[in-house]
Design a protein around this ligand. Structure first.
Ligand SMILES: NC(=O)c1ccc[n+]([C@@H]2O[C@H](COP(=O)([O-])OP(=O)(O)OC[C@H]3O[C@@H](n4cnc5c(N)ncnc54)[C@H](O)[C@@H]3O)[C@@H](O)[C@H]2O)c1
Length: 330
């Protein structure tokens, strides 16, 4: 049984607490938040759990093996390093840190102390993303050309980060996971409209060493919540819509034109655009957060880092920083 302490129970923390409580190999024993009202709320749900306004009471507790950090991004690095220096494994919400320098410090400290770092890249555990990964590895698309996604909704009522740092970690962790490589070039464009002082509409474009490309649109301006991803390849496309039920979340569209016919044979047939096979892709049922929490606990028990380890967390921060510089024209 892994005893867990959770620091931060604002909007997202309670979801993590619920999943660590439900996992048969972990138990939440202590929860910390600076706001008394949040502790009262959580005590109402879990009367047996100890609550405190002082995160050090979790960090210094010898009875706790794993610390979950669900606080604003500018606090992640210091809390995580203090926890690791006190012998804890850490689960840090996305994005891992607010800068690449901080991410490098955190990851190198984890290596030195031999601690597991998991980053809250929930979509690496979404069954639909696992299905896409499986299909790519099986060669369904042939050569993969391009990833295009749109993650748009109305912005949060309050924020400490812009739309890029809020929403892009999801798409970036998906694209890094699916492509298995890091971009060689990142450019971005953003504008501030409703949220004064914060970019609330942004586009990221990326080139990868293998020739693949990606485009991500992020926005807080959309009244319609959209979570749509297209993957384009040699033989067809995948469409993934996170808002749809599991049976129709991922669909494969075959090209309809066999472009494997060589140029000479092309002359003998009347090529025309056509609708190829349209096939729903099986998505196994499962709550992404439960799977993510379980992967962290299993990593602690086995000593094998999870797929959302500090290295991919650091890559995401590197792209966020490059995109921010590009938006500012630096
Ligand atoms: N994985 C996801 O889908 C997802 C979704 C939402 C938020 N998040 C991430 O979770 C983190 C928190 O986001 P949120 O929306 O819950 O923010 P929030 O502001 O609602 O909650 C953060 C809480 O942390 C507390 N806090 C801050 N410093 C603290 C400290 N030193 N000790 C104890 N408590 C402290 C605050 O009082 C607050 O209640 C962010 O990194 C965010 O990006 C992830």
């Amino acid at each position: 049984m892994v005893n867990v302490g959770v620091i931060g129970c604002g909007y997202w923390g309670p979801n993590l607490i619920r999943n660590f409580q439900q996992n048969s190999d972990s138990k939440v024993v202590k929860i910390s938040d600076l706001r008394e009202g949040r502790l009262e709320f959580i005590k109402g749900l879990y009367p047996e759990v100890i609550t405190t306004q002082d995160a050090n009471e979790i960090i210094n507790d010898p009875n706790i093996q794993a610390v979950v950090i669900a606080t604003p991004v500018n606090t992640h690095k210091d809390l995580a390093i203090q926890a690791m220096r006190n012998g804890k494994h850490v689960f840090v919400e996305k994005p891992l840190t607010e800068s690449i320098v901080a991410a490098e410090e955190l990851v190198s400290e984890a290596k030195k102390l031999n601690k597991i770092v998991a980053v809250g890249h929930i979509f690496q555990f979404a069954p639909a993303v696992s299905a896409l990964k499986r299909e790519i590895e099986a060669g369904t698309l042939g050569k993969v050309y391009h990833y295009s996604s749109q993650r748009i909704n109305l912005g949060p009522p309050k924020t400490t980060v812009d739309v890029l740092w809020d929403l892009a970690p999801h798409d970036l962790s998906i694209v890094l996971y699916l492509f298995g490589e890091s971009p060689s070039k990142v450019i971005a464009h953003g504008s501030s409209n409703w949220w004064e002082g914060y970019v609330d509409n942004a586009h990221i474009l990326m080139d990868f060493p293998s020739g693949k490309t990606a485009h991500i649109h992020l926005s807080w301006l959309s009244s319609k919540k959209t979570r749509r991803t297209m993957l384009f390849g040699e033989y067809g496309n995948f469409e993934y819509d996170e808002t749809l039920p599991d049976e129709s979340k991922v669909v494969y569209y075959d090209k309809g034109i066999d472009n494997r016919i060589n140029a000479k044979d092309n002359e003998k047939v009347n090529l025309q655009y056509g609708v190829g096979e349209v096939r729903p892709v099986e998505v196994v049922k499962g709550e992404p957060l439960a799977l993510e929490v379980n992967a962290f606990i299993q990593a602690i028990m086995s000593g094998v880092p999870p797929i959302n380890d500090g290295n991919i967390g650091m890559e995401v921060v590197k792209i966020l920083e490059a995109a921010t510089k590009s938006m500012k024209g630096i």
